[in-house]
Write a protein that binds this ligand. Structure first.
Ligand code: H79
Length: 605
């Protein structure tokens, strides 16, 4: 080991500061310059709510099967990686790829019928094959297949014709066809990492192709994937290319390693994948598959139904985010008929209820207390999308500090149909008796009602309601923290971990105020993650003058959620109190990652 003397070390430090500082400040001003205009850029996107993700590449030709073996459980677009298909054999697939059934107009019409406002399509996935005519690299759909057409240019034209926005997914770091690409690289053709010069990959392929897409196809969105192994300098370079050509081009978070940071740095929005976040106060878009794969697999017929799609869309918009739902067109260039059918059913519902979807915003009073519904807002209106008719003939909306003028079904022209009462506590309760409601107003998918009010809707002031008619969740994101208790990632929602209390020990407390509107008995359920080091430590929950102690056991790991019923509690109507959770003695640094506490009504009480 070389030991540096104090003076030498100081000299090196000074030298580093001198060299690094100008670069940092230059980076900072470039970053500011090329991220400016976020609010304006996001206007159409925030109103759009719903888009189509399209994963289409050479993997569509294979349909999830290689040499007679079906790729179970894996994503179709990953077949080259999972089967370690040699590049020269994979290139043969390109020679067979001839999707003559592709019709850009037809795709855009499917998008419109689905009620979607934009498309994001794979211009190049990790396999490295470009689905557009690239001069920078001949491994592309025009030069390397018998098809010889440029589907992205055709789509650009069709989208312009029909008023649909178009974005491109581009795998800027991973590329299994390029010897110099890093990240998760092709280790079967190019095993020698020492021979790699990643700058060559960026200079020869990634950067020129991003230039081509930007300048020739004028994308409205650039959607990058896994930014592992990319330097900040390269991410900035990409940002600069895109924004120099078009300051309004929207870019997702995965352009740079900020992807895991607590705030947006270069990107315009976060991209939770296959997971709808809760309480995230930043632009985001949840992407999800319609079956179990992004890229086409002929044997995956596990389609989500229209109701699930709509619920996902509505949950996302109620949290202030967009929904990007994926289809995987096949080797003929057709979107599978089963996907088209289900998108259309959901699309017809959206057309009927569009007023409660597009251009809505997150509700200023948060969610309603009735659990099987979500709430979104427009000036003077709250839209309540009801997923399931309540078992009790009423909808508990909760505290509303505004002058309500009428409550009606969105489908009903004659307004003011629903009766309601507002309690002394300003809680709104809507009568919702399916026996009395005309059957045509109950939608077999989702029923939407509108609450119209005059004046300003002020934020809620009172503690949350514990209501015997509805299970209640105490989210840690809404808790008061006392002492040495912290949120993971500074309270930012994490794509895999969600919100949680981290490093919880016996030096702090987590609490929530609540009030009750009815008598009732509840089960207390803890939701947390812990590993076996925590076993036999305990968690204490205090409610209604009683303390419930829970011993931690049978927990598979810090980030694997477990649900444990720890006792029962009876609450009387009209109480205001608090629920407190405290970690018991711990000889390790933390005992559990707490996520939430549920009170589940016990029927018959
Ligand atoms: O394009 C879709 C996916 O192909 C892509 N993102 C969406 C939008 C994507 N899937 N996974 N990843 C990106 C990152 C995951 C990587 C890995 Fe693994 C998890 C690498 C190693 C563990 C799964 C298991 C894949 C390989 C082994």
């Amino acid at each position: 080991m070389i030991l540096l003397g104090g003076r030498k070390l100081l000299f090196i430090c000074m030298l580093c500061i001198c060299i690094v500082n100008p670069v940092l400040s230059q980076n900072k001003s470039e970053l500011e310059k090329y991220t400016a205009g976020h609010e304006k850029r996001m206007e159409w996107w925030r109103d759009a709510k719903y888009g189509l993700f399209v994963h289409w590449g050479l993997y569509a030709q294979l349909g999830g099967q290689w040499k007679g073996k079906q790729q179970d459980g894996d994503n179709g677009e990953w077949i080259m990686f999972h089967e370690k298909i040699p590049l020269n054999e994979y290139k043969e697939v390109a020679k067979q790829f001839n999707p003559v059934g592709f019709n850009a107009d037809e795709w855009v019409k499917i998008v419109k019928a689905a009620g979607m406002k934009y498309i994001v399509i794979t211009a190049k996935h990790c396999e490295g094959f470009a689905m557009f005519h690239s001069k920078a690299n001949s491994y592309n759909i025009v030069d390397a297949t018998p098809f010889g057409r440029d589907p992205l240019m055709e789509l650009r034209k069709a989208c312009d014709k029909h008023g649909i926005k178009l974005g491109f997914y581009y795998s800027h770091t991973w590329d299994w066809s390029h010897p110099h690409a890093k990240g998760l690289y092709n280790s079967w053709d190019f095993p020698d990492v020492k021979k790699k010069n990643v700058e060559k990959y960026y200079d020869e392929k990634s950067i020129p192709q991003i230039n081509e897409l930007t300048n020739n196809y004028k994308p409205d969105i650039m959607w990058f994937d896994v930014p592992s192994d990319i330097t900040r300098q390269r991410s900035l370079e990409i940002l600069k290319i895109i924004r120099t050509a078009n300051p309004d081009c929207i870019i997702n978070d995965r352009i740079s390693q900020e992807h895991n940071s607590k705030e947006l740095v270069m990107g315009d929005y976060f991209t939770p994948e296959q997971y709808i976040p809760e309480n995230l106060n930043v632009d985001f878009e949840t992407c999800m598959t319609l079956n179990g794969t992004w890229g086409y697999k002929y044997f995956d017929t596990n389609w989500k139904d229209a109701k699930t799609i709509l619920q996902n869309l509505l949950k996302n918009i109620s949290q202030g985010g967009n929904y990007l739902l994926n289809v995987g067109p096949d080797a003929r260039g057709k979107i599978p008929a089963a996907s088209v059918a289900v998108l259309k059913i959901a699309g017809n519902w959206i057309k009927r209820n569009k007023e409660g979807i597009y251009a809505t915003v997150k509700s200023p009073i948060g969610q309603v207390y009735y659990k099987n519904a979500v709430c979104v807002a427009k000036p003077g209106k709250l839209f309540i999308h009801i997923f399931k008719i309540p078992e009790q003939p009423e909808l508990v909306i909760g505290e509303i500090n505004a002058d309500i003028s009428s409550i009606y079904f969105l489908q009903d022209e004659k307004k003011g149909k629903l009766n309601y009462k507002q309690t002394n506590e300003n809680d709104l309760i809507i009568a919702f008796d399916p026996v009395k409601i005309p059957s045509n107003l109950i939608d077999p998918l989702i029923t939407t009602i509108v609450i119209e009010y005059k004046g300003e809707l002020k934020p809620r002031e009172k503690p949350m309601i514990v209501d015997y008619f509805n299970p209640v969740t105490f989210y840690v994101s809404d808790a008061k923290l006392k002492g040495d208790v912290k949120y993971g990632l500074n309270k930012r929602w994490h794509p895999y971990k969600g919100y949680e209390i981290r490093k919880w020990n016996n030096k702090g407390a987590i609490s929530w105020n609540y009030r009750t509107i009815r008598n009732g008995k509840y089960k207390i359920e803890l939701v947390y993650g812990a590993n076996d080091l925590s076993h036999d430590n305990d968690i204490h929950v205090k409610i209604n003058g009683k303390t419930f102690m829970h011993k931690i056991k049978d927990t598979p790991g810090w980030y694997k959620e477990v649900k444990k019923i720890i006792g029962e509690v009876e609450l009387k109507a009209g109480t205001t109190d608090s629920l407190v959770a405290i970690a018991g003695y711990s000889n390790t640094h933390a005992i559990a990652n707490l996520k939430r506490i549920n009170l589940i009504p016990i029927p018959g009480n």
